[in-house]
Design a protein around this ligand. Structure first.
Ligand code: SF4
Length: 229
């Protein structure tokens, strides 16, 4: 595992649970608005933490933490992800995996083995704009497969989209709703231009609260629940 750093406590990253967050290095997407460039651009990588150090941390936090959130970057790129999750599960923690959904085989392996309790999958764009928004050529069949697997087999999940006004029209966002139709939860994430992979995006914005609320109510007809955050 290439884990760049760890956040030792979070009350918001795993719904209703106290978690610690591990941030993996490396991503196969290049979303220009990405707020973790240090986990995406290899030139910004720092020396990774030792996996044993992280497992020791969780051993010592038994009874104090509920869950481990694995995020990135794209965690599914990590060759020993399954083994790492298994160690965390064996220590008695819930596991939440954040993923861009580009590697459905890894998602499937996690689900088949009962290794993840919650998945948050980013949906970058409607399928016909996926590569444009993700900044690389994306196999949208893989994205659709991940969506299907998560809907069918994940104990708890959310799909979420970072809303950058310049990248996604209201119609694009409704098309995403169609792609995930029937999903348990869809979250519209306001883009906050604090730090971005492409610095040109520091000047870009999200929709107004009124516009997002309007989208939320329209999307609520396609999914079980829709939230703005
Ligand atoms: S926002 Fe895009 S580039 Fe950044 S970590 Fe997520 S998938 Fe990778």
């Amino acid at each position: 595992m290439r884990i760049a750093y760890m956040q030792r406590t979070s009350l918001i990253d795993y719904p209703g649970k106290i978690s610690a967050i591990v941030f993996t290095q490396g991503c196969n997407f290049r979303c220009p608005y990405c707020h973790n460039p240090e986990l995406v651009d290899p030139e910004l990588f720092t020396e990774p933490m030792k996996t044993g150090e992280i497992l020791d941390f969780f051993e010592k936090r038994k009874g104090k933490l509920d869950a481990c959130v694995i995020t990135g970057g794209e965690p599914c790129l990590q060759k020993d992800l399954i083994l790492f999750i298994k160690d965390i599960k064996d220590a008695g923690f819930l596991v939440k995996l954040d993923t861009n959904g580009s590697m459905p085989d890894v998602v499937e392996a996690c689900l088949d083995r009962g290794l993840v309790d919650y998945i948050a999958m980013d949906i970058k764009a409607p399928l016909d704009k996926y590569s444009q928004v993700a900044g690389v050529k994306v196999d949208t069949d893989a994205i659709e497969k991940s969506i299907r697997l998560i809907k069918e087999a994940c104990p708890s999940y959310e799909f979420r989209t970072t809303i950058v006004k310049e990248l996604l029209t209201p119609n694009d966002i409704m098309k995403i709703g169609e792609t995930i139709r029937g999903a348990r939860l869809y979250i519209l994430q306001k883009f906050v231009p604090s730090k971005t992979l492409d610095k040109a995006y520091l000047g870009m914005e999200t929709y107004s609260d009124t516009e997002l609320d309007d989208l939320k109510s329209r999307l609520s007809r396609l999914v079980e629940a829709c939230m703005v955050r």
